[in-house]
Design a protein around this ligand. Structure first.
Ligand code: ARG
Length: 565
């Protein structure tokens, strides 16, 4: 940013202190009264040169003052240099913000593999599934936007003893309902029934295990049953993913690795990474100092487990995509598991690229218990429907003040957006709170507020008969409201980088919220359409850029924004 300022400062430091390539960092002060941009470089140099930081800062300020892009430079605090830029320099700099609204061309080379959503088959998506689903999708969107290729994979849980249990339950209590007619809800009911009955009759567990073993061995009837179960679930999932604007490049469920585990097990044995454990199981032992408990890779009866499939999955991904990183967007509950998995990969000497568990906290509800075993899960679909219904009521209650030709579509956009934004706006590293009022607020840090602000900006442009307005080339002054909006707009490129590098979507939601506030303050204080000609064109350009940033940011977050509302 501000390349001319940067090179000017370097030039001064070179000339004054003989230091060649000093790394100058610039920050944007929190308050407008500290200028547009500030650097702590004088304090950094003071140590090196054993000089007074304030003296260095004042030399720097004095010389920077002469730069054509600088309006004023001052020393502040223990040795900061605060710089106010000329209006035109600020406006010119906005070209970076504009560029950041367009996705970069995808570079060739190593992609980032993102493993997200990954629900278990034969169960409806619960509200908690939205976490991995949307966080993973947003990370993918951010990477692609920055020009990095992404391979998005849905590692669905479509393999394991639960399918044996389900087959037994269907045989016993399915009451002859043809599989074609079954819904995921029916499958869940069977699964719950199985667990209830198994508490009374211990032999059921065993029957389930046997059935799974037969499935693994290729029993045709069981295989056909299992295929239908998977198809029914994927179809229902597809509807939800479409509503959420979530897509995958591949749905490679755990079953996909069925044939790929054998060579991995053989390799692990040969390399003495997999060792005989209790009762003939095969385990990975970790060095004492890692503090990791041993992990089973093969059960005593020879059955493979989650870990076995994940090891084969790592191998497959490395061989197939040669990725620069593999991100696992999974609940914090699996933190230990992923440490064991990654450590096993290390021991196998696969020389993996970066493997990262992008974890997120639990979802907390004031009033609902979210156990899947008992069958009383809060379904994601229900939550979305409820949110859309509430959004519809909100639209209705606002009456004339809401302008939309399609209030049904608007309610869907707002309701689904509200739930998604409600999740993404919280730091994933802590627990996530589900709160209806906050999500649907028109004023707070919410999707409706963002959507409303976008529609407001578009409405101004519509009235001016403009759609995309270029930035003016001659701007001599900026009002306070304009300057503050410009300052916020300037931050967009860095915010994208920060959200991406930390894998933190809330950094972006937070910024968009600030941008909405800055735009609304600007809108309320500065006449746009009534302003005189040159001011009007600047204000329209800022309005147009705000709309572009809001739309781009919202879409990266999987949201949609209306032109009217
Ligand atoms: N299906 C798993 C679950 O519901 C999540 C899978 C995550 N991905 C993976 N490669 N382990 O817990």
């Amino acid at each position: 940013m501000f390349e001319s300022l940067q090179s000017k400062a370097q030039e001064i430091i070179r000339a004054e202190y003989g230091i060649q390539n000093v790394n100058i960092s610039w920050e944007r002060p929190q308050q407008a009264s500290f200028g547009d941009i500030a650097t702590p470089v004088a304090m950094q140099l003071a140590k090196e040169l054993k000089k007074n930081p304030k003296e260095i800062a004042s030399t720097l300020a004095e010389k920077l003052q002469k730069d054509s892009s600088v309006e004023k430079a001052e020393v502040a605090g223990p040795g900061y240099v605060n710089v106010w830029l000329k209006p035109q320099a600020l406006i010119d700099e906005l070209k970076h913000t504009r560029e950041a609204c367009t996705a970069k061309v995808i570079k060739r080379g190593a992609p980032v593999v993102i493993d997200y959503s990954a629900p278990n088959i034969a169960k409806p998506l619960g509200i908690h599934h939205i976490l991995s689903t949307v966080i993973g999708q947003v990370l993918g969107n951010l990477y692609r936007h920055s020009g990095t290729a992404v391979v998005g994979v849905n590692h669905v849980g479509d393999w394991g003893t639960q399918f044996g249990k389900l087959a037994v339950a269907y045989e016993l209590w399915g009451m002859g309902k043809p599989m074609e007619k079954c819904t995921v809800e029916d499958l869940l009911a069977l699964y719950v029934k199985f667990h209830e009955e198994a508490e009374k009759d211990a032999s059921l567990e065993e029957r389930g295990q046997v059935a799974f073993k037969r499935l693994e061995e290729g029993d045709q009837e069981l295989r056909a049953f299992w295929e239908k179960v998977v198809a029914i679930t994927l179809k229902e999932l597809g509807v939800l993913y479409a509503r959420l604007h979530v897509t995958f490049d591949h749905t490679h469920g755990e079953s996909f690795y069925e044939e790929k585990m054998e060579p991995v097990i053989a390799e692990g044995k040969k390399k003495k990474v997999f060792l005989p454990g209790e009762k003939g199981a095969l385990v990975v032992q970790y060095p004492e100092e890692s503090g990791l408990p041993p992990a089973i890779v093969l059960k005593a009866d020879g059955a493979t487990i989650y870990m076995t499939r994940d090891l084969a999955t790592v191998r497959y991904r490395l061989d197939t995509w040669k990725p620069q990183a593999v991100l696992y967007v999974v609940d914090v509950a699996q933190a230990l598991y992923f440490r064991q998995l990654f450590a096993a990969v290390e021991q196998l000497g696969w020389n993996p690229p970066k493997l990262e568990h992008v974890q997120f906290g639990r979802m907390r509800f004031a009033d609902k218990n979210m156990s899947t075993r008992k069958g009383n899960i809060l379904r994601l679909e229900e939550v979305l429907d409820e949110a859309v219904k509430r959004a519809g009521e909100l639209i209705e209650s606002r009456g004339e003040s809401i302008q939309s030709d399609d209030t049904v579509a608007l309610a869907e956009m707002m309701g689904v957006g509200a739930v998604v934004y409600g999740i993404l706006s919280q730091n994933r590293q802590s627990d996530l709170v589900f709160d209806w009022d906050r999500m649907l607020s028109f004023e707070g840090n919410s999707a409706p507020y963002l959507q409303y602000t976008h529609a407001r900006a578009r409405s101004v442009l519509r009235k001016a008969d403009a759609s995309d307005v270029a930035l003016p080339a001659a701007v001599a002054t900026l009002t306070e409201g304009e300057r503050s909006l410009v300052g916020t707009l300037l931050r967009f490129p860095e915010v994208l980088e920060e959200a991406l590098s930390g894998h933190l979507p809330h950094v972006l939601t937070h910024y968009l919220y600030q941008l909405c506030q800055a735009f609304n303050a600007f809108y309320n204080s500065e006449p746009i359409l009534q302003a005189e000609k040159s001011q009007k064109s600047l204000r329209l350009a800022l309005t147009s850029l705000t709309a572009a940033v809001l739309k781009c940011g919202a879409e990266l977050l999987t949201l949609r924004v209306p032109d009217r509302m």
